[in-house]
Design a protein around this ligand. Structure first.
Ligand SMILES: [Zn+2]
Length: 107
């Protein structure tokens, strides 16, 4: 490994450490982007997770935060559009999947 390779590695690590934080729409906690589910919706027929289309809302991957955010109408407010039922359904299945992944469930 040359000196140059080592420098690049160190640089990458530093970049990972300074990951931007986002606020959960449910509990209001600030977490790194990777720990939250990002919901992007362009007000049409497209809903995305993780990668961004349009505006994005972030929630912790658990039911408490999701339901809190839904109750407060945080999705519609943040996305500046009326969020239809099917989008909520997509978000719900995403939360469920994420909970299976992490082994936590508190539905
Ligand atoms: Zn939360």
């Amino acid at each position: 490994m040359s000196d140059q390779d080592i420098q690049i590695e160190v640089f990458n690590e530093g970049w990972m450490g300074s990951e931007p934080e986002r606020t959960c729409a449910g509990c209001g906690r600030k977490l790194s982007k990777r720990e939250l589910i990002r919901i992007g919706y362009d007000g049409d027929f497209e809903v995305s997770f993780w990668k961004g289309i349009g505006r994005g809302v972030y929630v912790c991957p658990n039911w408490k935060c999701y339901q809190k955010a839904k109750k407060r109408n945080a999705f519609s407010k943040s996305l500046k559009t009326n969020v239809p039922v099917w989008v909520y359904e997509r978000i719900e299945s995403m939360v469920e999947e994420k909970l299976k992944e992490t082994g936590k469930s508190c539905k």
